[in-house]
Design a protein around this ligand. Structure first.
Ligand code: CA
Length: 220
């Protein structure tokens, strides 16, 4: 899952990003409305956290422009204080939810998770693939009923494979959803995580499809 935060208060944006990354999401941050619209238009995000008062272009207009262009990505709007802006206006522009600053971090995470679930990004919170259970809600993995401890990134890589179990998923697709754009290393980082997953889940759990990517093996 890859999230975009569009927020011009840099400290707030960075602390939100850090927290959400610790939950296992890939997070990109931009501080300007126009840049936010540009990034969001690329269509790789599973959810956007969008401030309303932004330089360049305000959040209502960013949201409206995305919807007008046909993007249905879930949008959680942030605003400065209750009553300053019209909640109905935010929802009219096509925002899915609305959070008033100051908010607790725990509430933000809960809203993000609820929104991802509601919008079908995690329609099936528990993925079952062969003997594996990948719980997208609790972010826990079990193999034959026994919990397997994974790091947040390992989980995120496995999740992408499990969402398309049986299909070949390319390294680029995994990278797009699991790493943010600050990552400038090469695609081979994914091999490191796949090796770690194979060690923990069994050597035969993930097949390499030469030149194409990886496939989570559905049998056994
Ligand atoms: Ca702002």
């Amino acid at each position: 899952m890859r999230l975009l935060i569009v927020e011009d208060e840099k400290r707030l944006a960075l602390s939100l990003a850090k927290g959400l990354m610790a939950e296992g999401y890939a997070v990109d941050v931009v501080h300007d409305g126009l840049e936010g619209l540009h990034q969001a238009s690329e269509g790789v995000y599973d959810l956007i956290v969008l401030d309303i008062m932004l330089p360049g272009m305000n959040g209502y207009r960013v949201c409206g422009a995305l919807r007008a262009a046909g993007h249905d990505v879930p949008i959680l709007m942030l605003t400065a204080k209750d009553g300053e802006y019209d909640e109905a206006e935010g929802l009219d522009t096509g925002a899915d939810d609305y959070l008033t600053k100051p908010f607790s971090y725990v509430v933000l995470v809960a809203r993000v998770k609820a929104l991802l679930r509601r919008r079908g990004r995690t329609a099936q919170p528990v993925l079952r693939v062969g003997s594996l259970t990948v719980d997208q809600g609790s972010r826990k993995v079990e193999r034959d009923g026994a919990e397997v401890a994974l790091t947040a990134k390992e989980f995120a890589v496995l999740e992408q494979l499990a969402l398309r179990a049986g299909d070949v998923v390319s390294k680029a697709e995994i990278l797009d959803h699991v790493w943010d754009f600050a990552y400038e290393g090469d695609l081979n980082i994914i091999e490191v995580y796949v090796s770690a997953l194979r060690r923990k889940l069994g050597a035969g759990s993930i097949a390499t499809v030469r030149g194409a990517g990886y496939r989570l093996v559905t049998g056994g």
